[in-house]
Design a protein around this ligand. Structure first.
Ligand code: ADP
Ligand code: MG
Length: 382
């Protein structure tokens, strides 16, 4: 079966598509081969609209409904273009959609306690545009099963990185950063995974604010600044970082309000130092999460395998490498395992769609905190 995986993450930078051939190799153990990947940046007005709709104060219900259908069309266009370019005929699509709101921990609402999540990008529109079935809306089923609805990528991480001798940590650095810890010689039930905090989100926000650029390309600004170590140490005291997993984060925790407070606490520091400090916060929060919540748990870990846009930021990677060296962990990249850093999540949603299509569960309960395995997503038929 040839499955397209489609991802657009919290950075709201654009759409990643991966075309994957998936074949059974007996007893529900699929083998996947990556055929093609592509990336389509969102036009600036679309990105602005997405960021606006993520913000409770500025979202309007009519535009939310419109955005749902618009994104459906943009996802369908992105997949169609990729398939056409590579002359590949698709059988199925798995589309994560654009998260507008995610609150993985139950909180009181109108007399009940609810955990909630919302991804937009209408599956019916994608299915109709492409003429193949689409699995979308993966997260609610895990929440309904008592989980936090995230992270879901551990299903792929386990398939890619498990090893009988080497303990590995899969570290994804998108807008938010999250890790999957896979001890050597382990079963899926022993995998732990959680969001470690900001990935590129705070770096992007302060770079945009102070330099008018969407992101700190190749970490050049951060490389020219000095890290305010005392501020990083103080920011690490926040309850999110101290809270044990499972835990999830999003723009709700590290979005514009957080960036504003971050800038306030930087005071009159040189602009370049602000970017360096935001970059250091990401590196420190990842290493700190490993030290606090992964290493004491189980086994030894020798490698961290990085994916996501943050892998393209050499300053961030250098900081992370320094933070991990005392822990005896070396840095590697998902490319070395056959998955380009920018495409890992898209590949994951192709695999998750494939499982759903075969009526098999694909959440990893030890990662999301779900009480039971759940078949994820909803199917729209063409
Ligand atoms: N060359 C680069 N230099 C620095 N940062 C980069 C580079 N390429 C991508 N990024 C960062 O990666 C982010 C996008 O990462 P991505 O994995 O797509 O996140 P998400 O899953 O949240 O959409 C960009 O917003 C940017 O911060
Ligand atoms: Mg992205």
């Amino acid at each position: 079966m040839i499955v397209a995986g489609v991802m657009s993450g919290t950075s709201a930078d654009g759409i990643n598509v991966a075309l994957v051939r998936i074949a059974e190799r007996g007893r529900g153990r699929p083998r996947h081969t990556l055929l093609a990947i592509s990336e389509y940046p969102f036009p600036a007005p679309v990105r602005r609209a997405i960021l606006k709709m993520m913000n409770a104060e500025s979202a309007c219900v009519a535009d939310l409904a419109r955005l749902n259908f618009l994104l459906g069309e943009l996802y369908a266009d992105a997949v169609a273009k990729t398939a056409r370019q590579h002359r590949i005929k698709l059988d199925l699509v798995g589309c994560h959609g654009q998260t507008l709101y995610h609150q993985g921990t139950a909180a009181p609402f109108l007399g009940r306690k609810l955990a909630v999540t919302w991804q937009t990008g209408e599956g019916a529109v994608i299915a109709s545009g492409l003429g193949v079935p689409v699995v979308s809306d993966f997260r609610p089923a895990d929440i309904a099963a008592g989980g936090k609805g995230a992270p879901l990528v551990p299903f792929l991480d386990y398939a890619l990185y498990r090893d009988s001798h080497i303990g590995r940590i899969a570290q994804s650095i998108g807008g938010i950063a999250n890790l999957t810890a896979i001890p050597a010689n382990t079963k899926p039930g022993q995998v732990i995974a959680f969001d470690t905090g900001p990935g590129n989100m705070v770096i992007d926000a302060v770079t945009e604010k102070l330099f008018g650029q969407r992101y700190d390309r190749d970490g050049r600004i951060a490389a020219s600044g000095r890290v305010l170590d005392h501020l990083v140490a103080r920011l690490m005291q926040a309850s999110f970082f101290r809270h044990p997993p499972p835990k999830t984060a999003g723009r709700e925790e590290f979005g514009s309000a957080y960036a504003k407070e971050f800038l306030r606490r930087c005071g009159r520091t040189d602009k370049r130092d602000v970017i360096a400090t935001a970059t250091a916060l990401t590196a420190r929060s990842i290493a700190d999460a490993v030290r606090r919540f992964v290493l004491p748990k189980r086994g030894r870990y020798q490698e961290m395998i990085v994916s996501g846009g943050g892998a393209n930021n050499p300053t961030l990677m250098a900081m992370l490498r320094n933070e991990l060296a005392p822990l005896g962990i070396t840095l590697r990249f998902s490319d070395e395992f056959g998955v380009p850093t920018e495409a890992k999540e898209a590949v994951a949603f192709a695999l998750l769609a494939y499982e759903t299509w075969h009526r098999r569960p694909s959440n990893v309960p030890s990662a999301t905190g779900a009480k039971r395995p759940a078949i994820l997503g909803k199917i729209s038929y063409a």
